[in-house]
Design a protein around this ligand. Structure first.
Ligand SMILES: Cc1ncc(C[n+]2csc(CCOP(=O)(O)OP(=O)(O)O)c2C)c(N)n1
Ligand SMILES: [Mg+2]
Length: 1109
């Protein structure tokens, strides 16, 4: 523990007094003060002093309000509620609530008669005592005994004894027996109104400076502060019954036994053991028990490596054999997924034996990137609350477990914390548990943080922080109980800082003495928590030594049995490791069938009319004049049956809502839209918070639409939306970046979750990322969403032309990790959004979205392109004179995105419409090999060019170039293969076998393969390829053994081309000899030039380059 220089000096400052007893210090003279105090004392016991409301005393009225509010905040008007919550109210002395333990100060007047005014010494001494009490409440945690190793002793002058406190107030030994009246801001007296100074100090010392350090006085709510004081100060709160103690012991035995068992059986494996902080397991169980008791039915957890297996085993009660199988799998597998067991998620529904209630526990799959899972858990929790109609978070809650170094080091913690109280992002309180082992890998806190505690980040959201010594199980359990009650009461975040140590190195193979010699000398001599606690319980007679041994032996037996069972397992089942099974989603679905995305024209008209209309109470609802014009323009478009970008988007959202699909759009300023084009929320110009959102009122039975301006965070908000999208496949969840380039601050979420979640964790997501992209002279920032990076992570093979068939497009989508597109028309934008839901599986969609096209007169689509029969166009061919007469065309310019409009204009200016065809690649990834080939064949004699506005080392060029070559030259060999043509006619109505989880987990056995004939054929079709290349999948005889290689690892998400088979060199090289050349900017370091003139020069050059024959 890293402690600040702390003393109680602040408590002695005028400020401290002022905060503590404002009403006293407000009096100008001490004489007045004495009188006021005396009067107060008298009035407290005078029934006539309790002035009724009828006599018009405002103060009494306020006081009554205050007392009523204390009992039930909802019983007073919201304005009073807000006022009292603001903590500015201080009861006047005469009106302070009459408490059972209240005595007049005169009773403590040492010099005079009982009813006389107290002398100034009495008052000063009382103030001093009150200041001491407050001082303990504020700073007691700084000198609490939180460190089991006692290495980090308080960094304080003197020592931590009470003497150093009261000496400052000039109290001597003679004062110790003096009786002091207790203020209403403490509960240490219980039923007693006063206590001797010695007892006051003892009790405070015990409450605040023992094994618990409560950090809460920064909270700006009197009610909440009092609530916490009561939970910790009330005498006897730490008394546990023998049954409770035995339960703690049993749980601690399991937690400790589990780590010991793994250490014994897998001594050379990394497991990131929990030793030194095993109490975390009983702690989590206590939080879950209390929360379940208070109504919670589902707990969603996020956690890093440390103690993860133990949590799965002993908190989630995941069958031990499944966990042990992971170790067995590791030994057999040498494919680089060595630490996968620390990252997989899980989902368990079980009976909580303590509360006898059913509970669902999920641990969300997480990457190595510490804390990255935090917002994902929040999003998932929020979504679950939403789907259950749990508006206050009473049924679903999240627990986040952190490491000490990561909690203070990773910025996403702060970003996630700041979502905690936002209306559209709150999960109504998260309990954060820090497994604080006082070290991060090899770095100790002195070098890893500038704050006294690793938990200081929580202070910004007024979350109380409960530090506790992890070697004191009862203190830990108390803190957990209070944390669970806090969440249930206030629905706000709180933090439990479990201060323990790490018995071994970062992992079990590491030598910690290299870097922390003194700490580890101490740790070597330190008894573990279980032994310490067992000794304590034996000493006090709660259990016997034999009982302790027998509980441990019993658990070891359980582990041995599971270990034996694990040995009989032959393979890992991924479905056992899903964190969010999608019940029923895959059942009965043809995995290769996309539902139509066009809708009836009347639906488009209806949505358009609603979207262009003011609210029904338009007469009272004052809309900004500019927006009236926007609505009128929308109405005109609807009448003319055309749509611009905003209308196309609204059509997609509205039609999905109509079909019962929940739509959630989130991101910075998305309600209006960064470019002021969307305007989904109309604001009454005269009434604060009066808004109207027409998309929420399209149809009476529509699904809910939510559009939310987010906090100014990308990392946390994108993570949140990803988590939200994981929860239910029947929702369109979109995150929009303010400008596309800002998405790189969320790179961890993109890399670790979105691009790879399915292949790592069988975790599908249909999240849409809307990334404004385009070089429009706005300079190096704001121009590019860095589409090249997304494309670089696309998993389709540049050298492999998949077999052609009617299902080409859907199979590609099924195989790939995500979709990257750049649409040029509102209709295509509309279709691609709707296709997200029409697909029989879920894939993330990375969508470059336009800026200037939002208002471009040509970037409009007729309704006919969105109505029934229309669909998403992966490629938009040239529809002008060039397309009509392809044999005369000299050049075909392929492009994507907004540059299309510049290219067509230049072509028109140069009157080259017959000579140059312009083809738009709208879906860049998976690459439309088939359509590119078709287009190239159409223009047999033409030169082929790729034109882009991004620099050559950016944009799509690096991605499309090799794929063009494959499409142009490699294709015919594959498509002419006999077996391939059989393949294309194969019926593909197979559904995946997911009886347990309903999650698409692909096949796990050879029999599954047989049920997918097209897959077998596909493998067969590659025999020759593999044989010629001698790829790893080929046998010695050159025969590809599909059965052997058809396993999850090889085929799961890449079934167009089996893993291990390289493209055959013999067929890869040019048959047609056609090439694609590049027309555009040269390479560049930044994404655009900062000078507008330079930008225009470059753009003209690239257009001239592309549009020339
Ligand atoms: C974002 C990120 N950076 C670096 C690492 C490498 N790393 C793995 S564990 C670790 C130390 C973590 O310390 P702490 O949070 O205290 O957890 P502990 O291992 O002590 O439980 C580091 C730096 C990582 N996993 N993630
Ligand atoms: Mg640590």
């Amino acid at each position: 523990m890293h402690r600040a220089h702390t003393a109680f000096s602040l408590a002695l400052s005028p400020m401290a007094h002022k905060n503590f007893a404002t009403w006293l210090l407000n009096s100008s003279s001490s004489q007045k003060l004495i009188k006021a105090t005396a009067a107060a004392a008298v009035r407290t016991y005078n029934s006539a002093a309790a002035e009724p409301f009828a006599n018009g005393s405002t103060a009494t009225y306020v006081e009554e309000m205050y007392n009523a509010w204390l009992r039930d905040p909802s019983s007073v008007h919201t304005s009073w509620d807000a006022y009292f919550r603001s903590n500015t109210y201080t009861s006047p002395p005469n009106l302070a609530p009459v408490q059972a333990n209240t005595l007049p100060l005169t009773a403590f007047n040492l010099g005079g008669a009982a009813s006389a005014a107290p002398d100034s010494k009495t008052i000063d001494d009382h103030l001093a005592v009150q200041a001491i009490i407050r001082s303990y409440q504020i700073r007691g945690h700084n000198i609490a005994h939180l460190d089991p190793l006692e290495i980090n002793t308080p960094d304080l002058p003197g020592n931590s004894s009470t003497k150093s406190i009261y000496a400052n107030f000039s109290f001597g030994e003679q004062d110790m027996e003096r009786q002091f009246k207790l203020p209403s801001t403490t509960f240490i007296g219980g039923d007693e109104a006063s206590l001797p100074l010695k007892e006051i100090l003892n009790r405070l010392e015990n409450v605040y400076c023992n094994k618990i350090g409560v950090e809460f006085m920064f909270i700006n709510s009197l009610e909440q502060c009092n609530w916490i004081r009561k939970r910790f100060e009330t005498p006897g709160v730490l008394n546990f019954s023998p049954e409770e103690k035995r339960l703690i012991l049993a749980r601690l035995t399991r937690a400790t036994g589990f780590e010991a068992f793994l250490a014994k059986k897998y001594s050379s494996e990394k497991r990131f053991g929990l030793e030194g902080c095993e109490i975390m397991i009983p702690a989590l169980k206590e939080i879950i028990d209390v929360s379940t008791e208070l109504g919670v039915e589902s707990v969603i957890m996020g956690m890093p490596h440390r103690g993860r297996l133990n949590t799965l085993a002993n908190v989630c009660r995941k069958p031990l054999n499944q966990i042990f199988t992971q170790f067995a799998g590791l030994e057999a597998a040498d494919d680089g997924s060595g630490d996968v067991k620390y990252h997989l998620g899980t989902y368990i529904e079980r009976l909580n034996r303590v509360t006898n209630k059913n509970i669902r526990l999920a641990v969300v799959a997480n990457p190595s990137h510490l804390e990255a899972v935090d917002p994902v858990v929040q999003g998932k929790t929020r979504a679950e609350q939403f789907y259950r109609g749990d508006q206050e978070g009473k049924k679903v809650m999240s627990i986040l477990i952190h490491g000490d170094a990561a909690f203070c080091g990773q910025g996403v913690v702060y970003e996630t914390m700041h979502l905690s109280d936002l209306p559209d992002y709150t999960t109504h309180g998260t309990i954060h548990v820090v497994a604080n082992n006082q070290i991060g890998f090899t770095t100790d806190p002195r070098f890893s943080r500038s704050s006294p505690y690793c938990t200081d980040v929580a202070r910004v959201v007024n979350a109380p922080i409960f530090h506790v010594n992890a070697d004191d199980p009862e203190a830990v359990m108390h803190v957990c109980k209070v944390a669970a009650e806090w969440r249930a009461t206030f629905h706000k975040d709180c933090v439990i800082d479990l201060v323990g140590y790490r018995r071994n190195g970062h992992n079990e193979i590491d030598e910690p003495m290299f870097t922390q010699p003194l700490m580890y000398q101490k740790i070597r001599k330190h008894k573990n928590c279980l032994d310490l606690y067992a000794d304590k319980l034996i000493a006090e007679g709660t259990v016997t030594g034999e009982e302790v041994k027998s509980v441990a032996a019993k658990y070891e037996n359980i582990c041995e049995e599971a270990f034996a069972l694990a040995k009989t397992e032959t393979h890992v089942k991924y479905k056992d490791w899903l964190d969010s099974p999608w019940s029923g989603f895959f059942e009965g679905k043809d995995p290769l069938k996309v539902a139509p995305t066009g809708v009836k024209e009347e639906t488009l008209i209806h949505i358009g009319n609603r979207f262009s209309s003011p609210p029904p109470n338009a007469a009272e609802f004052v809309i900004h004049k500019g927006l009236m014009r926007v609505l009128a323009a929308r109405k005109t478009m609807v009448d003319e049956k055309i749509a611009d970008w905003a209308l196309g988007e609204a059509m997609a959202f509205g039609s999905l809502l109509k079909e019962g699909i929940h739509v959630r759009l989130s991101g910075q300023d998305v309600e209006r839209g960064t470019f002021s084009h969307r305007h989904h929320v109309l604001h009454h110009q005269l009434v604060d918070k009066a808004t109207y959102n027409s998309l929420q009122h399209m149809y009476p039975d529509q699904a809910p639409y939510s559009v939310s301006n987010s906090s100014l965070s990308e990392y946390a908000v994108l993570g949140f939306e990803h988590g939200y999208s994981m929860t239910n496949p029947n929702a369109l969840v979109l995150w929009e970046a303010q400008f596309g380039d800002f998405s790189n601050t969320a790179q961890s979420i993109i890399d670790q979750f979105i691009s790879s979640g399915q292949s790592k964790w069988v975790r599908q997501s249909g999240l849409v990322m809307l990334l404004p992209h385009g070089m429009e002279g706005m300079g190096p920032e704001h121009s590019s969403c860095r589409v090249e990076r997304f494309l670089q992570m696309s998993s389709d093979d540049p050298d492999y032309f998949p077999p052609e068939s009617d299902e080409f497009a859907i199979r590609q989508l099924h195989d790939i990790n995500w979709i990257v597109a750049n649409c040029t028309t509102p209709a295509n934008y509309y279709h691609i959004l709707r296709r997200q839901i029409a697909l029989p599986f879920r894939k993330p969609l990375i969508l470059c979205t336009p800026k200037s096209l939002l208002r471009h007169p040509e970037a409009k689509s007729p309704f006919s392109e969105m109505s029934e029969g229309s669909e998403f166009q992966r490629i938009i061919p040239d529809r002008g004179p060039a397309g009509d007469n392809p044999s005369n065309v000299k050049k075909v310019v392929f492009c994507t995105g907004r540059v299309y409009y510049d290219l067509t204009k230049t072509r028109a200016d140069k009157q080259l419409e017959k000579d140059i065809a312009i083809v738009r690649v709208e879906q860049v990834s998976p690459f439309p090999f088939d359509l590119v080939k078709e287009q190239a064949n159409l223009y047999k004699n033409a030169e082929l060019v790729w034109s882009q506005e991004e620099h050559k080392n950016q944009g799509c060029w690096s991605y499309v170039q090799p794929r063009f070559l494959t499409a142009l030259n490699h294709s015919r060999d594959i498509s002419q293969n006999d077996e391939q043509s059989t393949f294309s006619n194969t019926t593909t109505t197979t559904t995946t076998d997911n009886t347990n989880t309903n999650q698409e987990t692909d096949s796990e056995s050879d029999s599954d393969q047989k049920s997918k004939p097209w897959l077998s054929r596909m493998f067969a079709s590659n025999k020759s390829d593999s044989a010629t290349t001698g790829g790893s999948a080929a046998t010695a005889t050159g025969e590809f053994n599909a059965a052997k290689h058809f396993d999850l690892k090889n085929v799961r998400h890449d079934f167009n081309r089996p893993a291990g088979i390289a493209a055959a060199p013999g067929v890869r090289h040019a048959k047609t000899g056609r090439k694609i050349s590049y027309a555009g900017r040269a390479c560049g370091a930044s994404t655009a030039t900062g000078s507008k003139a330079q930008h225009i020069r470059e753009l003209n050059a690239l257009l001239n380059d592309a549009i020339s024959t």
